[in-house]
Design a protein around this ligand. Structure first.
Ligand code: ADP
Length: 268
């Protein structure tokens, strides 16, 4: 299928290049313009939190970054590769499902709802991606999964089923599952919003560990203190645009834009 989006400017990966480059991103649903021109670079190892009022387009933007949502206009380049599309001669065409799955394997996403496979054990939830998509031998996938479950504090639950776990435990499995694909980028879409308050901390703890290890992370969150603690940069979105972006100390304590100030005074 020929793409209606703007031509690609994807370049081969180069040292010093951003890991993520979002250029002129627009997304509309019918007459509703949800994203109205987003430009954002994320450097390797950078942690960027995205905050803003409900309905401002945060989730939609994140979903575009792994092509769950297809941009209406603009494009996204991940590690030098145009996301979801490729150049053929002077045309830009959509990747086939297989190529898209391979590309998505490098982008881990953690959702508000944990989305584990209910009929599979915790261990199988974590191994299924590497085995099916990554063609990793089962024994190796299992060893990797057990190490990741250990890392998120759930080695003892490997043979449990999702319904036997708390929400916080399920979300930690979801993080392990995403990490099993050895992603270069992790996307978190309100990963703690569906959790009981007492379970939020254990998930944020795993996310903070990951941040400390140098993972590149794009985090949509309502947890302002967490965003302040782990982010290199915070983006405030409203009405489908980036209104303000700054290091967390400045964005939270000396915001420049009146809309940022109004939002923060309502939530802090
Ligand atoms: P946020 O994450 O900032 O709360 P969203 O990205 O979830 O915002 O949503 C932004 C707007 O897009 C909302 O008005 C929402 O209703 C609308 N929207 C999101 N997904 C769809 C969809 N699949 N179809 C139609 N409208 C959508």
């Amino acid at each position: 299928m020929t793409s209606p989006t703007t031509p690609a400017t994807a370049e081969p990966p180069r040292a010093g290049q951003p890991l993520v480059r979002i250029s002129g991103l627009h997304k509309s649903y019918g007459a509703l313009d949800v994203l109205r021109g987003i430009d954002l670079d994320v450097r390797p190892g950078e942690k960027v939190s995205i905050i803003g009022p409900s309905g401002s387009g945060k989730t939609t933007m994140l979903r575009c970054v792994n092509f769950i949502e297809r941009p209406t206009r603009g494009h996204i380049v991940i590690d030098g590769d145009l996301l979801g599309q490729k150049r053929v001669g002077d045309r830009v065409v959509d990747l086939d499902d297989r190529a898209l799955a391979r590309q998505r394997a490098g982008i881990g996403m953690v959702f508000q709802r944990f989305n584990l496979f209910p009929h599979l054990s915790v261990l199988r939830n974590v191994t299924i991606g590497p085995v099916k998509v990554g063609k990793v031998p089962a024994a190796e996938a299992e060893a990797r999964a057990l190490a990741l479950l250990d890392k998120v504090g759930l080695a003892s639950k490997a043979h449990s089923y999702p319904e036997q776990l708390s929400g916080g435990q399920q979300q930690r499995v979801a993080i392990a599952r995403a990490l099993a694909m050895r992603p270069k980028l992790m996307l978190f879409d309100e990963a703690t919003s569906a959790l009981d308050p007492e379970l939020v901390g254990e998930v944020l703890g795993v996310m903070a560990d990951l941040a400390a290890e140098g993972m590149t992370m794009l985090i949509v969150t309502h947890e302002m203190q967490f965003a302040e603690d782990v982010s290199d940069r915070v983006i405030f979105m409203d009405g489908g645009v980036v209104v303000e972006e700054a290091p967390p100390g400045r964005l939270f304590h000396a915001p420049e834009h009146p809309r940022t100030r109004a939002f923060l005074s309502a939530v802090l």
